[in-house]
Ligand binder design. Structure first.
Ligand code: GAL
Length: 712
C-alpha cells in the first residue's frame, strides 16, 4: 500500500528564493520532499534498494515529526541549500561511520567516501547522509555527492532562536561558538530528494530508515561463526594445514579468507587463481567445503592489463587507473557482465562463498581523482560515493540468483546498503575507536567489525578478541601477521572459551539479525537507542558527578565505550591497561551475563572483571537461546539442542527465529518465529515453554534445556 498524503507548504524565511514544500508520505512514517531537480543517479539507485513496505506498515502511523515551517530548502547557483531546525537540548547522531564521536551536534563535516584518517570530519568508509535526533526523528539526503554539513554550528541572521549578543571585553560567559538552532547542508547539485523519518523514538526512526533500505541483511548462520583470514601468500596446502590445526585444537571455524596471494597478480588484479599456490582451485574449494569450511576471496576491483578480461572490459572503464589497473564502470551493463561473469565462472561456480572487496573507499593518492571521467557519463565524485554500493549489490545478486546466502567484507558503503550482506572493516586498528565505530554503525544502516590482527601483548590480544566475538563478524585478519587464535599461549584457553561462547550464542545472534532484517532493529547499537537511557544534551547536568547523580552521566555525556548487542545484552569492553571500568546501566534491572546476579538499576557501577571476562549485562526478563559449541554452524536440516537462559525477575516472552540458515527460501515464507515464554509457577519455580513447530515450516530445534540464571 502506498500512502500519498500531500501537504503543500510555503516557507517564508528565504524570501523569494524559498521553494514551496510538497512533502509526500511515501510509506507510513516516511516523507519525501523533492527539491529542485534531483539527479537520477543517487545512493538508492546505486544500491537498487527497495523499501520493505509491509514491515513499514506494521510499524504504524506517526505524525510528521518536525515543524514544517522550520525547514527550508532552495536551489541557487547550481547548489542545493537545506536547513532543518535544532532545539536546545536536542542531540543528533549518525552522519555515517564515525570513529571517535557519537554526538554529532556541533560538527562541521564533508561527507566524502574515504579511508578513515583519524578525524571525524566526514571522510569515512560509510559517509551516510542520514542523522537521527534524540527527539525521535531521522533526516536523509539522497545524494551521491560530497555533502557539506553544519550540524548546529552556524548562526543565521533570520534565526528564530538567536543566541544573545555578548561582549567579550566584559562578559566572561562569551562563547566563541554561539548557540545554533539548525542543521544546514549544502549539496553540490541542482536538486535532491530529502527524506524525513518519523518516530516517536529515535529507535523507530532508525528502524524506518533500515526498512526503507530494504531491511537489514540476514547473514547465513555460518556467517556468524568464526572466520580466519590467512597470510596473503598461503598456498592451498597451507590453508588446509591451518584448517586442520583449528580442528585438532578444537577452535571453531566457519570460513577462511584468502588474501591477495590467491590471485596470479594483485594490485591491480587478475581475478584468476595463482596456479603455483592453488593448482586445483575447484578441488581445493570442494575439499574445504567437505570439511565444513567455506572460502572467502579478497579482491579489489582494479583490472590488471594482464587479466584475461582486460581487453573486453577496457572500453567500459574510467579515464584514470588505480595502481595502473582499469576501473570498471559498474553502472554499465556491459562492464557488469564481463566483470561479474569472471567471478561467477572462476569462483562462485566452484563453491566460493563470498568476497572481501577492498580499496574502494579511497585514500586520495591511490584512488581515481575527481577529474576522472567514466564512459557512462557519471562523475568521479558520484562513482566514489557509490562504488561500495555497486560492488556489494552486484556481487550479492550473483549469490541470490543461486539461492545461496553470502556474507563478506567491504571497505565502502553508503545509504541504501543496509540489506547488503557485507561488513565494513579498515586498517586503522585503534581498539577504542573500533568500538565507537561499532556504536555508530547502528545509526548508519551498516555493519562493522572491530577485527583482530596482531597485538603487542596477550592482554591486548584477549581484550580485542573479546570484542570481536560480540560484533557482526568474529574475525582474525592475519593477512600480514599470520596470527592464529592460539598465538598467545598464555591466553589460548581463554580465547578458545570466548570463540566457543560466540558459537554457543549463534541462536541469539541469528535471531537478532532476523530482527534487523524483518524489523529494521540494528543488532549492534548505541546506548542512546535504548529505553531508559535518555539522550537529551541537558547542559545543566553536565557538571554533576557520577556518584552523586549517576543518571546525569547517562543523559549528558557521550558514551563511546559500551553498547547494546541485540535486544537484551549490554556489552562494556575493557581495553589494554584497564583492570576496572565504569558501566552505565539504563533504568530497569540488569543482571550479570555469566552469573545471573543482579548488577544494578539506572546507575553507574564500577566493575573489575578480570582478564578472562568481557563485562556483559542482561536486561530483566532477558532470554538468551544458546546451542552447543559446535566447530561449524549447523547444516540446514540439522536439529540443534538448545539451552535457553532466562535472567532476572520478570517473566518473559521472547522470540526465536528459525529457517534453513543458508538459502533465500525465507523470502517465500519459509521461516518461523518460535515463541519462548517463561513464567513463575505457583510454587515459585520458573517454567519455560517454546511454542510448537509450525507445519511445513523449518524446525531445527532439538532438545531444550532451561537455565534460570537468577535464583528466585
Ligand atoms: C588492505 C586491507 C587488509 C588486507 C590487505 C591485503 O587494504 O585493509 O585487510 O586485506 O589490504 O593486501
Amino acid at each position: 500500500m502506498r500512502l500519498r498524503i500531500v501537504v503543500l507548504f510555503l516557507v517564508g524565511s528565504f524570501s523569494g528564493l524559498a521553494q514551496s514544500q510538497n512533502w509526500v508520505e511515501t510509506a507510513p512514517g516516511i516523507w519525501k520532499l523533492s527539491v529542485g531537480k534531483p539527479e537520477a543517479y543517487n545512493l538508492l539507485t546505486a544500491a537498487e534498494s527497495k523499501p520493505n513496505t509491509e514491515a513499514l506498515t506494521k510499524l504504524g502511523k506517526t505524525g510528521f515529526p518536525i515543524a514544517k515551517d522550520d525547514i527550508s530548502v532552495r536551489v541557487e547557483g547550481g547548489k542545493t541549500y537545506l536547513r532543518l531546525p535544532l532545539d536546545r537540548g536536542e542531540q543528533i547522531f549518525g552522519f555515517g561511520l564515525n570513529f571517535q564521536t557519537v554526538h554529532q551536534r556541533g560538527k562541521i563535516l564533508q561527507l566524502h567516501m574515504d579511508h578513515y584518517g583519524n578525524k571525524d570530519n566526514g571522510r569515512t568508509h560509510a559517509p551516510v547522509p542520514f542523522y537521527v535526533s534524540s527527539k525521535g526523528y531521522g533526516v536523509f539526503v539522497n545524494s551521491a555527492r560530497y555533502i557539506n554539513v553544519y550540524a548546529g554550528t552556524a548562526v543565521r541572521q533570520d534565526s528564530k532562536n538567536p543566541p544573545k549578543v555578548q561582549d567579550r571585553n566584559t562578559d566572561k560567559t562569551w562563547e566563541a561558538r554561539p548557540y545554533s538552532d539548525a542543521v544546514e547542508m549544502l549539496v553540490p547539485a541542482e536538486g535532491v530528494d530529502l527524506y524525513v523519518f518519523g518516530g516517536p523514538t529515535p529507535m523507530d526512526a532508525v528502524r524506518r530508515f533500515n526498512l526503507f533500505n530494504g531491511g537489514g541483511c540476514l547473514p547465513p548462520r555460518w556467517g556468524l561463526g568464526f572466520t580466519q583470514r590467512v597470510n596473503r601468500l598461503y598456498s592451498a596446502d597451507d590453508v588446509q594445514k591451518e584448517a586442520q590445526e583449528f580442528e585438532d585444537r578444537k577452535y571453531p571455524l566457519d570460513f577462511i579468507g584468502l588474501e591477495p596471494g590467491w590471485q596470479s597478480k594483485s594490485y591491480p588484479c587478475t581475478f584468476e587463481w595463482d596456479k603455483g599456490r592453488f593448482p586445483q582451485p575447484g578441488l581445493f574449494v570442494k575439499t574445504m567445503l567437505d570439511r565444513g569450511i567455506r572460502i572467502n576471496l579478497w579482491t579489489n576491483p582494479y583490472v590488471s592489463p594482464e587479466a584475461s578480461i582486460y581487453p573486453k572490459i577496457a572500453p567500459y572503464t574510467g579515464s584514470h587507473t588505480v595502481w595502473v589497473g582499469a576501473v570498471p564502470d559498474l553502472t554499465m551493463p556491459q562492464a557488469r557482465e564481463i566483470f561479474w561473469g569472471k567471478f561467477a565462472s572462476d569462483h562462485i561456480d566452484i563453491g566460493v562463498s563470498g568476497y572481501k572487496i577492498d580499496e574502494i573507499d579511497g585514500y586520495d593518492f591511490y584512488l581515481w581523482p575527481d577529474v576522472a571521467t567514466f564512459p557512462s557519463g557519471l562523475s568521479a565524485e558520484q562513482m566514489r560515493q557509490t562504488y561500495g554500493l555497486l560492488v556489494q549489490k552486484q556481487s550479492a545478486d550473483l549469490f541470490h540468483q543461486r539461492n545461496q546466502r553470502t556474507y563478506g567484507l567491504v571497505r565502502a558503503s553508503n545509504a541504501g546498503g543496509s540489506s547488503l550482506p557485507y561488513v565494513i572493516y579498515n586498517d586503522y586498528y585503534s581498539h577504542e575507536d573500533f568500538i565507537t565505530a561499532l556504536i555508530n554503525s547502528g545509526f548508519a544502516g551498516v555493519l562493522w567489525t572491530p577485527e583482530v590482527r596482531a597485538s603487542k601483548t596477550s592482554e591486548e590480544w584477549l581484550r580485542r578478541f573479546q570484542t570481536v566475538c560480540f560484533s557482526p563478524m568474529a574475525m582474525i585478519n592475519a593477512w600480514a601477521s599470520s596470527t592464529k587464535p592460539w598465538s598467545f599461549p598464555d591466553v589460548a584457553e581463554q580465547i578458545k572459551e570466548i570463540a566457543q561462547l560466540r558459537m554457543k550464542m549463534m541462536p541469539y545472534w541469528y535471531t537478532e539479525f532476523a530482527k534487523y532484517h524483518f524489523e529494521g532493529t540494528p543488532p549492534f547499537r548505541a546506548m542512546n537507542l535504548e529505553d531508559g537511557f535518555q539522550t537529551e544534551a541537558k547542559k545543566e547536568v553536565l557538571t554533576a558527578s557520577l556518584e552523586e547523580n549517576p543518571y546525569a552521566e547517562a543523559v549528558s555525556k557521550e558514551i563511546k565505550d559500551q553498547y547494546m548487542a541485540g535486544e537484551y545484552l549490554l556489552v562494556a569492553p575493557l581495553f589494554t591497561g584497564q583492570t576496572t571500568r565504569k558501566v552505565i546501566l539504563p533504568k530497569g534491572k540488569w543482571y550479570d551475563f555469566y552469573t545471573g546476579k543482579f548488577a544494578g538499576d539506572g546507575e553507574v557501577i564500577t566493575v573489575t572483571p578480570g582478564l578472562d571476562k568481557i563485562p556483559v549485562y542482561v536486561k530483566d526478563g532477558g532470554i538468551i537461546p544458546m546451542m552447543p559449541p559446535l566447530l561449524h554452524a549447523p547444516k540446514p536440516d540439522q536439529k540443534i539442542d538448545l539451552e535457553i537462559r532466562h535472567y532476572g525477575e520478570k517473566p518473559a516472552q521472547s522470540r526465536l527465529y528459525d529457517d534453513d540458515g543458508e538459502t533465500f527460501n525465507y523470502e517465500k515464507g519459509q521461516y518461523v518465529w518460535r515463541i519462548i515464554t517463561v513464567e513463575r509457577q505457583k510454587n515459585g519455580q520458573w517454567k519455560g515453554l517454546v511454542s510448537n513447530p509450525e507445519k511445513g515450516k523449518p524446525d531445527t530445534i532439538g532438545k531444550v534445556t532451561w537455565r534460570f540464571m537468577t535464583s528466585p
